[in-house]
Design a protein around this ligand. Sequence first.
Ligand SMILES: *Cc1c(COP(=O)(O)O)cnc(C)c1O
Length: 223
Amino acid sequence: MQNNTIGAQISALKATLPKGVQLVAVSKTKPMSDIQQAYAVGQRVFGENKVQELVEKYANLPKDIEWHFIGHLQSNKVKYIAPFVHLIHAVDSLKLLKEINKQAIKHNRIINCLLQFHIAEENSKFGLAKEDISAFMPSVEAEHLTNVRIRGVMGMATFTSDTDLVRNEFKALGVIFETLKTQFFAHDDAFKDISMGMSGDYELAIEQGSSMVRLGSTIFGAR
Ligand SMILES: *Cc1c(COP(=O)(O)O)cnc(C)c1O
C-alpha cells in the first residue's frame, strides 16, 4: 500500500469510530515502515500475533507504542513479551494465566489480559466456552494472581457473509461479558473491555457493544 494511504485510513477510521471504541491497528506481517506511517498520524496501539515478530518490532520502534498480543500465546513464550506487552487478548487457560502472572512478577509489572471465548460456529481449539465460566473463574480466584489484571473478554465471529449469524455471535460475547461482570467482577472497574470486530465485521461488533476493534487489512491492505 502507498505510504500515505495508511495514515489516511487511520484518520478516516478514527473519525467514524464511536467514542469509547479503541482502535487496535493489527500490524502483523507488515513492515515497520507501515507502523511508522500509522504512528505519524498519532496511532499508538498496535496488535501482533507472533511473539518473535512482536519482540523485533518492539525493539525497533518508539517506546510509547502500546503493544497488544492478539494471537494464541504458548506459555513457554510469555517470557519474551512480559517485559513490555500492554494487553494480552487471548487468554484461555489457567496455565497461561499463571505463567503470565509469574513473568509479570519477575518484571515487577501488572499485565493486562482478556479472556478469549469461543463464540463462532467454526471448530477451534482456542477459547473458553461460556459453560466453562463456572469452573474456570473459581479456579482463577483460588490462585490469587497478584500481577495479572483481567480487563474483559475477546472473541472472533465466524468468517461469513451471514450478518445475522455474526451479530448473534457478538451478542453472545456481550452476554458472556455481562455474566462475568455480574458474577465475578462486580467491584472491579478495570473489567470493562469487549475486544471484538475485525476488518470484515467491526461495524456489527460495535453495534453489539465492542469497546476494542482489531483492524488489520482495512488499515494496512491485504496480507
Ligand atoms: C489478523 C487478526 C485481526 C485483523 O484481521 P483483519 O481482518 O485484517 O482486520 C484481528 N484479530 C485477530 C485475532 C487477528 O489474528
